[in-house]
Design a protein around this ligand. Structure first.
Ligand code: NAD
Length: 268
């Protein structure tokens, strides 16, 4: 089991103050890592780092601003001595890029489309450039992207988010090959593809605001999830630890679904 050990590993996680990011940050800290919680919401990042205890830091990052990413890396070097592992957790959809009775596909504003594709794709690539260069200098490293199960087959209503996450999965494979061939086979790049986790971004797409009952979309998801439930944030931890630890040291360029069987089920 020593291969799964994260003792001595320094992990920076963007979107670390979010629902899934915070669960991962806690899971990594419990497994022995020193964690840098990086988030646009600096206050939340700092509070979470304090909760994690001594040896962890929280600081601001804007994953769309290269200067801000450099500043965060400097804070990680000052606070943790460097970064061995980057988790690109910042991402998400936006209500204005979601089709529905009040928004046809044909009317989705360009800035909403660009916001969602930018946050998910550029927000993964830009930190990978800055932190990846740091890893190349150290000749070791590990990047874990957060894609989505909708990268395998797009979900209805969220065209930009589905396309952007497909691009994140594609970029995961691209960077895994590029960095191993051009720089170091000791730097790996993989992704998690979470299925449906009930979080702030999708709660009221999947459950009714008043009653808490499943919406028709929530029911459809449940019918298509062989394990018959939404994911809990903690469900990601074991797979994430496997991918960032030496336990997966000959694994690079893969996207692992953590979705209760959703992506395996044809519906029949
Ligand atoms: P969340 O909204 O709870 O967390 C996202 C975090 O990212 C927030 O803390 C936010 O402050 C931060 N953030 C937003 N813009 C940023 C920026 N420009 N720079 C830095 N930080 C920024 O979302 P979540 O549900 O925890 O999702 C985390 C990741 O998992 C996202 O990439 C999301 O797309 C993905 N995902 C979520 C689900 C799900 O069911 N919730 C499913 C599949 C994939």
């Amino acid at each position: 089991m020593n291969n799964f050990d994260l003792i001595g590993k320094r992990i920076a996680i963007t979107g670390g103050a979010g629902v899934l990011g915070a669960a991962l940050a806690k899971g990594f800290a419990d497994a022995g890592a020193s964690v840098a919680v990086l988030d646009l919401a600096e206050d939340k990042a700092t509070v979470l780092a304090k909760e994690l205890g001594d040896g962890h830091i929280g600081t601001e990052i804007n994953v769309l601003d290269t200067d801000s990413i450099h500043t965060s890396l400097e804070a990680c070097i000052a606070g943790l001595g460097g970064v061995d592992i980057l988790v690109n957790g910042a991402g998400g959809n936006h209500p204005k890029a979601t089709t529905g009775p009040d928004m046809s596909f044909f009317d989705i504003p360009k800035d909403s489309l660009e916001f969602v594709s930018g946050l998910n794709l550029s927000g993964t690539i830009l930190p990978s450039q800055v932190f990846g260069k740091h890893m190349v200098a150290a000749n070791h490293g590990n990047i874990l992207n957060i894609s989505s199960m909708n990268a395998f087959r797009p979900l209805t209503r969220i065209p930009a988010y589905s396309a952007a996450k497909a691009a994140v999965s594609n970029f995961t494979q691209w960077l895994a090959v590029h960095i191993a061939q051009e720089y170091s086979p000791n730097i790996r790049v993989n992704a998690l593809a979470p299925g449906f986790f009930l979080t702030e971004q999708n709660r009221f797409l999947l459950t009714d605001k008043e009653t808490g009952e499943l919406t028709p979309r929530g029911e459809q998801i449940m019918d298509h999830t062989p394990q018959g439930r939404f994911g809990e944030p903690d469900d990601l931890i074991g797979t994430a630890i496997w991918l960032v630890s030496d336990a997966s040291k000959f694994v690079t360029g893969i996207v692992v679904p953590v979705d209760g069987g959703f992506s395996a089920y044809s519906g029949v």
